[in-house]
Design a protein around this ligand. Structure first.
Ligand SMILES: NC(=O)c1ccc[n+]([C@@H]2O[C@H](COP(=O)([O-])OP(=O)(O)OC[C@H]3O[C@@H](n4cnc5c(N)ncnc54)[C@H](O)[C@@H]3O)[C@@H](O)[C@H]2O)c1
Ligand SMILES: O=c1ccn([C@@H]2O[C@H](COP(=O)(O)OP(=O)(O)O[C@H]3O[C@H](CO)[C@@H](O)[C@H](O)[C@H]3O)[C@@H](O)[C@H]2O)c(=O)[nH]1
Length: 438
């Protein structure tokens, strides 16, 4: 079933991906944003974010006349049968999700929505928001549906078009079915439920992922203390289908625009109903500790004091494959290093703009020049193939702190560099045994 006209409000990672992908599925989509520059750019077919395949889908949609960009939600909803809300829900001062953008769109378009329109909330919002939006709208003919989005940045289009599942929640069955039908072509398992449960799925999933990562980061720390090797430990765990191999990679802590704010939001919501959730709090606290562990390793690498030390950073984004710096653990580590007196130079393939207090260079080898230590913070594949002999020549020191266990330790050894990973120091080298076994 094709809908004649869908409005998508917000053209960020989620909104633009949703709009372009729904258009590619055959729907007619009008995307709106408050950002004039963004809208002008999108009308010209230019996508301002790094997302594989997105620019192509936008170009196709524009050329086919199925995708349109307008300024302001009020200019998108005329004649729409469905309106998607894809606006930000950032962390507020108390950790709760800030719903100002959702509420402002509802106030802006409430009276303009055509009779029988369905409002679909794709933004990540606390349980009860669909009900709240319904009462703000005060339109008995307009149903409010929760349809959380699970795409990851860096693979947004692929995730949207090949989802593990679609979740649609509404207390009115026919509205839920109308929304689920928009995705029919994707053939994904679909969970139809009430609005509160759909809203809860999103937080429960993100917080579970965060908990898995905090667990694995804690296991890595323990491995270091006990002389075990976390790379082999997680491989051994991951083959267990009940655990699974993904989200078992230790790192400098989890970040990005979602996991940090969503863990805090669920924690705040739990507190608001008097529910003590120590598991979630420990997940957050373990993550906060992680960045201090990285700084400790760098401090050791430069001989005990960061004051005046030159430290090169490989990677600034919160993970590879994105240009998004929101809540990046790399930036948090950079802040701590700087506070302790380090002078920083950074390279990231996705970041070209300068940052205050960190010199951003466009050549990765510039990071090595005169560096007392280098710290890899983001797992960009190109870092693996750096010329380590050249790095050795350029550096003043000899240690690479690899917070993602991403680099080829032997290649660094051969170049005379000292590799310091996560959860592996003190463990024996089992590569020879591994070769015999395989
Ligand atoms: N980024 C992700 O990977 C991801 C994945 C799943 C869910 N989410 C959730 O989706 C929501 C949006 O996230 P995002 O990363 O796409 O945000 P974003 O910041 O990239 O984009 C939001 C867009 O909304 C626009 N906007 C703000 N107020 C508006 C208004 N009143 N009218 C029209 N446009 C307005 C902004 O200008 C911006 O372009 C959040 O709730 C987030 O938690 C994000
Ligand atoms: O094994 C791993 C996997 C991830 N990370 C880190 O965890 C963070 C989050 O990574 P990821 O989940 O891939 O990033 P997002 O694009 O923020 O996606 C998450 O947040 C989105 C917004 O809610 C959800 O839609 C996605 O399902 C959810 O994975 C990043 O800092 C990663 O470096 C690790 O350290 N080790």
């Amino acid at each position: 079933m094709f809908v004649r006209r869908i409005a998508v409000v917000g053209t960020g990672y989620v909104g633009l991906t949703t709009g372009a992908c729904l258009a590619s599925l055959g729907h007619r989509v009008v995307c709106a944003d408050v950002d004039e520059v963004k809208i002008a750019r999108l009308r010209a077919g230019r996508v301002g974010i790094l997302e594989p395949g997105l620019a192509e889908l936008v170009a196709e949609g524009l050329a086919a006349g199925r995708l349109e960009f307008v300024l302001g939600a009020r200019n998108a909803v005329f004649d729409s049968e469905v309106m998607f809300l894809c606006v930000p829900t950032p962390m507020g001062v108390d950790g709760a999700a800030n719903l100002a953008a959702v509420e402002s769109v509802v106030a802006e378009v409430g009276e303009l929505l055509p009779q029988g329109c369905v409002v679909v909330n794709k933004s990540t919002v606390p349980v009860g928001t669909a009900a709240r939006v319904g009462s703000l709208l005060n339109r008995p003919d307009v149903a409010v549906v929760s349809n959380p989005e699970f795409l990851r940045e860096g693979s947004a289009v692929a995730d949207f078009l090949n989802p593990d599942r679609i979740v649609v929640g509404c207390d009115a069955q026919d509205a839920a079915e109308r929304v689920a039908a928009l995705y029919a072509k994707l053939g994904a398992p679909t969970v139809l439920t009430d609005a509160a449960s759909a809203e809860m799925v999103k937080y429960a999933a993100n917080c579970f992922l965060a908990m898995k990562l905090s667990y694995v980061n804690a296991v890595a720390e323990l491995c270091e203390r006990l002389g075990a090797n976390v790379i082999d430990v997680t491989e051994g765990m991951g083959y267990d289908r009940r655990i699974g191999a993904s989200f078992l990679q230790p790192g400098p802590g989890w970040g990005g625009s979602c996991l940090p704010k969503d863990t805090h939001a669920l924690s705040q919501v739990a507190g608001s109903v008097g529910f003590d959730f120590p598991l979630l709090q420990a997940t957050i606290d373990t993550n906060a500790r992680q960045r201090h562990r990285v700084v400790q390793k760098v401090r050791e690498a430069v001989g005990g004091s960061l004051a005046g030390a030159r430290v090169g950073l490989l990677g600034l984004t919160f993970k590879a494959g994105t240009d998004d710096l929101r809540d990046s653990p790399a930036l948090a580590v950079a802040d701590l290093l700087r506070e302790q007196g380090a002078r920083l130079t950074a390279f990231d393939p996705g970041v070209r703009e300068g940052l205050s207090d960190v010199t951003v260079v466009t050549d990765p080898y510039e990071v090595a020049r005169g560096a007392d230590a280098i710290v890899l913070l983001t797992e960009w594949p190109e870092f693996r193939s750096l010329d380590w002999n050249r790095v050795t020549e350029l550096m003043a020191g000899d240690t690479i702190v690899d917070t993602r266990n991403h680099l080829d330790r032997d290649a660094l050894d051969r170049a005379g560099l000292c590799w310091r990973g996560v959860g592996v120091s003190g463990s024996p080298r089992l590569d020879a045994v591994r070769e015999v076994v395989s």
